[in-house]
Design a protein around this ligand. Structure first.
Ligand code: MRU
Length: 367
């Protein structure tokens, strides 16, 4: 995707077998800054403090984090310790564990002398595959957007999205945004309702910034406006991302996604989820009961940051000193509320049978 007209990815290698650079997403949309990751702890911090976030990008960053750790010491002990440190950074997005398991499976049996090169190569493969997967999701989702647009008499196709499942959440393209970017590039009139996504405002800060950079018409709304817009025919479909989807098609995503799916069901608005296959957790069947929900620092709820008129970034308190707060970062939308899962292999129904039919080799492995 482009930043000021220049094509970029969200993570890249500075030099062979060396440091990695990322876009520091905690600074957007007001400042565009690059951060360098030179050691395991830099990668772990980047994930934990959300300099990088979004399930696929967390996975790719963790893979490079292992490479950085082995660069310092390619021993078994270091491999296992680094894997444990990275796995503990965030609990919900399964891509993190998926990427670490894939790296460890490859690296564990190798002699120490071969590990560093192999780790960098595999991390690069994970990043490149993410880009390919998202491009395929884009093509499969585009067909849905084209069909819905044909059924409209006038006006652009109105898509509602929640959080940031854009290219910033992945290595490139995004998942939910890939069909949107492709539709826009193909000249299909499209407009995006962007949920602000409290408490961290990934919609208002990141999705809006991305869409503005790509020239896609969009409007930021408060999280509670979606239901009203759906009741008044202002939303043609919803597309969100996911951090972990159960084998039965229950979708875990940024908190508030479930409420959008309920409103969509009540208003017959199609509710699609863009789902790269590494995000499927075939070991889980009941997403609501089994997917661990991250609880984050309460200050994300009690305080908010933004740019003051004089250009300074300021953080202010929103809630009374005496009030308690809770900060659940994700929720689970049951499969019955999901119209379809847009994967790199096609569109699946949100059901065990349909998901397993698209990914039989993975479904079999965890059976
Ligand atoms: O807490 P975040 O910002 O990492 O949450 C991100 C999301 O909820 C995204 O929708 C999800 O990771 C899908 S990313 C393609």
């Amino acid at each position: 995707m482009r930043v000021n007209g220049r094509p970029m990815r969200t993570i890249w290698l500075v030099e062979p077998l060396g440091a990695v650079e990322i876009i520091d997403q905690t600074k957007l949309p007001f400042r565009f800054e690059i951060a360098k990751l030179e050691r395991l702890e830099d990668a772990a911090h980047a994930i934990r403090a959300m300099l990088v976030r979004g399930a696929p990008l967390i996975g790719a960053t963790a893979a490079y984090g292992l490479a950085l750790a082995l660069r310092e010491e390619p021993s078994d002990a270091r491999l296992h310790a680094a894997q444990a440190v990275l796995a503990a950074t965030r609990p919900t997005a399964i891509n993190l564990r998926w990427a670490l398991d894939r790296m460890a499976r490859l690296l564990g049996p190798l002699p120490e002398g071969e590990r560093v090169e192999a780790a960098y190569a595999e991390a690069a493969r994970i990043a490149d595959e993410d880009v390919e997967i998202n491009a395929e999701i884009g093509r499969n989702g585009l067909a849905i957007l084209e069909t819905l647009a044909k059924g409209k008499d006038s006006g652009p196709l109105n898509v509602l999205t929640h959080c940031n499942a854009g290219w910033l959440a992945t290595v490139d393209w995004g998942t939910a945004t890939a069909p949107i970017y492709m539709a826009h590039d193909a000249g299909l009139p499209i407009h995006v309702w962007v949920d602000e996504t409290r408490p961290r405002n990934q919609g208002a800060f990141l999705t809006a910034w991305e869409l503005a950079n790509q020239g896609v018409p969009h409007t930021v709304i408060v999280d509670n406006a979606g239901g009203h817009l759906m009741q008044h025919g202002q939303v043609d479909l919803c597309i969100t991302g996911t951090d972990r989807t159960s084998a039965a098609g229950d979708v875990c995503n940024k908190v508030g996604t479930y409420l959008k799916a309920l409103a969509a069901k009540d208003n017959d608005v199609p509710f699609y989820v863009a789902l790269p296959s590494p995000t499927i957790d075939f070991s889980l069947h009941d997403g609501v009961a089994e997917i661990p929900i991250e609880q984050r620092d309460l200050s994300e709820v009690t305080h908010i940051s933004g740019r003051a008129d004089d250009g300074r970034i300021e953080t202010v308190q929103l809630t009374p000193d005496a009030s308690a707060a809770a900060n659940y970062a994700f929720d689970v939308t049951p499969a019955r509320l999901v119209t379809g899962l847009i994967t790199e292999r096609g569109v699946a129904e949100a059901s065990s049978e349909s998901i397993a039919a698209l990914f039989p080799e993975r479904a079999r492995r965890s059976a």
